[in-house]
Design a protein around this ligand. Structure first.
Ligand SMILES: CC(C)(COP(=O)(O)OP(=O)(O)OC[C@H]1O[C@@H](n2cnc3c(N)ncnc32)[C@H](O)[C@@H]1OP(=O)(O)O)[C@@H](O)C(=O)NCCC(=O)NCCS
Length: 196
């Protein structure tokens, strides 16, 4: 009898490190106009022992889902279900940019945010970006990593051609997002939702 399916890596080590999207894009981000980060921190220089990169399958073992669990209910996700969702995202190039901060010494994911791109007919077939699932691990908060991952997504959205980037957040989070440049627009400040 083999081990239960959950415990078996369903991919080889090389495949497990394959990025969700081309990491080259991150090297092209234009940080020259960013003034809100202290000490020259950028996605290329996130701080000692830290790395910003696209999600990969091996992040299942680096606490990625546990990190998301600090944001919201994640549920019980098996490795195969995780891999299947990863493959679905990767199979839609240009749409899902799940981006993580790794503590390379610990081999742990300590921050994450996602750029989701929506294709439009309006504005001559433009793209709209959505900032989703912003999270920094408890022990790493208050060190600019939140600003860093959000600014990375913001620049990424520009880099891939989004005409705007939106987000939903609680009232209490508005100062945080304002600090990196987001603003409510007069007369256009309503998020309406039906939950199913
Ligand atoms: C929000 C979050 C990502 C911020 O990460 P962080 O690494 O602590 O943030 P930073 O260190 O970059 O802080 C940036 C600024 O935002 C402020 N800030 C951080 N968290 C805040 C919060 N919850 N409410 C209000 N302001 C906040 C900080 O005081 C800091 O202000 P300063 O630049 O004047 O000092 C982090 O607190 C987190 O993961 N929270 C739980 C998940 C969450 O709420 N995600 C957002 C969902 S919309």
């Amino acid at each position: 009898m083999g081990a239960p399916e959950e415990q078996l890596p369903s991919v080889g080590p090389e495949d497990a490190e394959q990025p969700l999207y081309d990491p080259e894009i991150l090297t092209k981000l234009d940080w020259s106009k960013v003034t809100h980060m202290k000490n020259g921190v950028t996605s290329a220089t996130p701080g000692e022992g830290l790395r910003i990169r696209p999600l990969c399958k091996a992040d299942f073992d680096r606490g990625f889902l546990q990190l998301l669990g600090q944001l919201t209910k994640v549920g019980d996700i098996s490795r195969s279900k995780f891999n299947e969702r990863f493959d679905q995202m990767k199979g839609c190039p240009g749409h899902y940019y799940v981006t993580v901060i790794e503590d390379v010494h610990l081999g742990q994911i300590v921050g994450s945010a996602t750029l989701a791109c929506e294709l439009k007919f309006i504005r001559e077939c433009t793209k709209r970006g959505r900032l989703e699932d912003v999270i920094v691990s408890n022990e790493y908060r208050g060190k600019q990593l939140g600003k860093l991952i959000v600014t990375t997504i913001l620049l990424l959205a520009q880099q891939v051609g989004c005409y705007k980037l939106g987000l939903d957040c609680k009232d209490e989070m508005k100062p945080f997002y304002s600090s990196v440049g987001f603003a409510s627009e007069k007369g256009n400040d309503n998020t309406m939702i039906i939950r199913f």
